[in-house]
Design a protein around this ligand. Structure first.
Ligand code: XBP
Ligand code: MG
Length: 250
């Protein structure tokens, strides 16, 4: 048995795009707007708890710049900053943000065996397109039956909405699908949608709580469709408890 569909998160999963991609793009947008906001590597790790770029900017101002007064409407400023950040991110991706190990091989194997591919991400659609085109292939958008991204759902991860949306568009039940995530928020979203989930960690997410994941790995270099099929056939891991404490169960 092999999976019916593979559903991928993007940031941190397909590519290590946060530290040298999104973070740098936010900082460029802030500097260009004349703001003295600088998101260094550790601060950005904390800010990643808030998914979505616009949501992250709003959270930063509330938490770290409570005295900031926007020259005009604050909501407009956030939208403008985020649009500029998206432009900077596309340039950084074009300059070269590579896929993580094993990603291309697994995608190619899935395509070769008729396994459907989808994306379920918090990031903006333009960012997904830029990354797929530059890091995977010029026609890579067509490799995916569904690209579910950004504001198409009102509630971002850890809400399951983006996964529900992707499954609905695929016309599939969660059974037989495998999701790929790198973060606790992402895992909470995929598990709440009842999808068997493989986690590949990165430096920002290594110590997250990944209870409930079917597998937690450094990267996808050892993973193939047969191994994913075996995961689907195995008993499900114990469900998470929402009141659980402790950061890591690995
Ligand atoms: C990704 C995110 C995004 C990106 C920024 O989470 O949280 O907010 O950092 O993207 P996930 P935008 O990997 O769980 O999808 O600025 O386009 O929102
Ligand atoms: Mg992610």
């Amino acid at each position: 048995m092999i999976p019916k569909a593979l559903i991928f998160d993007v940031d941190g999963t397909l590519a290590d795009s946060e530290r040298d991609g999104h973070r740098v793009a936010f900082n460029r947008a802030f500097a260009e707007a004349g703001l003295d906001w600088v998101w260094d590597v550790p601060l950005y790790g904390d800010l990643l708890a808030i998914t979505g770029g616009k949501e992250r900017i709003r959270h930063y101002v509330e938490r770290y710049r409570p005295d900031f007064r926007a020259p005009g409407d604050f909501a407009d400023l956030v939208v403008r900053l985020h649009a500029e950040k998206t432009r900077h991110y596309a340039a950084l991706v074009a300059a070269g943000i590579p896929l993580r190990p094993g990603v291309r091989r697994l995608l190619e194997e899935a395509r070769g065996r008729g396994v459907r591919l989808a994306i379920a991400t918090t990031t903006s659609p333009d960012n997904v397109t830029a990354l797929l085109r530059h890091a995977l292939a010029a026609d890579a958008e067509r490799w995916f039956d569904v690209i579910a991204a950004g504001d198409v759902v009102a509630a971002k991860k850890p809400a399951p909405d983006i996964y529900h949306y992707a499954l609905e568009r695929l016309g599939l039940a969660p059974t037989g699908c495998v999701a790929f995530e790198d973060s606790e928020n992402g895992l909470r979203a995929s598990l709440a949608a009842e999808i068997t989930t493989v986690v590949t960690v990165n430096d920002y997410t290594r110590n997250h709580d990944f209870r409930g994941a079917a597998l937690v790995l450094e990267d996808l270099s050892e993973v193939d469709l047969a191994a994913l099929g075996a995961l689907l056939a195995a008993p499900r891991p114990a469900p998470r408890r929402s009141s659980g404490s402790g950061r890591s169960s690995r």
